[in-house]
Write a protein that binds this ligand. Structure first.
Ligand code: ZN
Length: 360
């Protein structure tokens, strides 16, 4: 009897000790948050405490908030851009909020500008830029199978010819951007453009690749982007590229002239470049946004929809009312302020990481 009691007490003590260990582990280790794909993972971002307690970071956030002023479009973009994890994919935000994952759904091809189309999925898509001499595809979905079953039929549905895809620009060397490129390269001889750094990255064996990822074909090395300002020209269209590391070593940003109801405007596309875990990547990001300002850019499009607003909803708005105002388009002044907001919020995340918790 005594022995039984002793065991009972010992078990309770052990359980209490285990609980204690659990509690103190929770107190010490910062919460592991889901973050957008970057090898630095959580280390690419400050902790919640650093974000709240760094005076320097808070000053930058206040400056960004002031830049948004009472412009509702900029206020909503500020809310997305100026958080501890920065603009993240909706799927990541749902995961962190403990919500169930939303199933991936296909988005019917939609003409966002006179010469610019989106198609693919709610989570990741591809774009077609039409020119006087064929099509420039930007990104190519996840797989060769999707190139055949989604990209080709989408282009045909919009009255475009898949055989006209002369060039594919791959924003960065992850499968959800280059997966379909080998299909077009082999079938139509399309040229594949990617930064040299990311060609190098994808050609290295990836020890973390599993199952179908490990066996997915790569595009053959083709056009390398090696410098800021390098251009891709097809017919009457010239896209200017910049290298904005952070998400991958050679993630690209591109400036694309498009026509919005006949009016020429410039748009900026970022391919995961909101991730700026170090000074080098932050500086490149700031330069890319400054260049956009000087080119009087009026819209930001991201490789993954939903980072800076309800972009899938905006696309449906364009589809439903093609002659109405385009929700992606800002005034030149609004875009310049938006660029400053993005720069300040990225800088705030970086300086917050230097904040040391007060010891007492
Ligand atoms: Zn990626």
């Amino acid at each position: 009897m005594l022995k039984k009691m002793a065991i009972g007490v010992a078990c309770a003590a052990l359980a209490a000790a285990a609980l204690q260990i659990q509690v103190s582990a929770q107190q010490q280790a910062p919460a592991r948050r889901a973050v957008g794909g970057t090898t630095a993972g959580n280390d690419a971002y400050p902790t919640d405490d650093q974000w709240k307690n760094s005076k320097e970071a808070q000053a930058l956030i206040a400056k960004a908030k002031a830049a948004a002023g009472n412009d509702a479009k900029l206020q909503s973009r500020f809310e997305k851009a100026c958080t501890v994890l920065g603009p993240q994919r909706p799927a990541v935000l749902r995961q962190n909020a403990g919500l169930p994952a939303e199933p991936q759904r296909q988005i019917d091809i939609v003409k966002l500008f006179d010469n610019f189309y989106f198609f693919g999925f709610n989570t990741v898509g591809a774009w077609a830029v039409t020119t006087s001499q064929g099509i420039i595809l930007i990104d190519s979905l996840n797989t060769v199978d999707e190139a055949e079953k989604i990209i080709e039929p989408s282009l045909i549905k919009a009255g475009l010819k898949p055989a006209d895809v002369k060039t594919i620009i791959v924003g960065h060397g992850h499968f959800d951007h280059f997966g379909g490129a080998p299909y077009f390269q082999q079938k139509y001889g399309s040229h594949v453009v990617m930064s040299k750094l990311d060609w190098d990255m994808i050609e290295k064996p990836n020890p973390n690749a599993r199952g179908p990822q490990a066996n997915r074909p790569l595009p053959k090395r083709d056009v390398e982007v090696v410098s800021d300002g390098q251009k891709v020209t097809l017919g009457d269209e010239t896209i200017t590229l910049r290298i904005t590391p952070g998400h991958t070593p050679g993630t690209l940003a591109y400036y694309i002239p498009v026509k919005d109801h006949g009016k020429q405007i410039n748009i900026l596309m970022l391919s995961g470049a909101n991730i700026t875990p170090d000074r080098t990547s932050l500086d490149a990001f700031k330069k890319a946004l400054d260049a956009a300002k000087s080119m009087k850019v009026q819209a930001l499009i991201n490789g993954h929809p939903g980072l800076f607003g309800d972009e899938i909803g905006w696309m449906e708005q364009v589809r439903a009312n093609p002659n109405g105002p385009n929700p992606f388009v800002l005034t030149v002044d609004e875009f310049a302020r938006f660029a400053d907001i993005m720069k300040d919020c990225a800088e705030a995340r970086l300086v917050a990481m230097d904040h040391k918790a007060a010891t007492n």
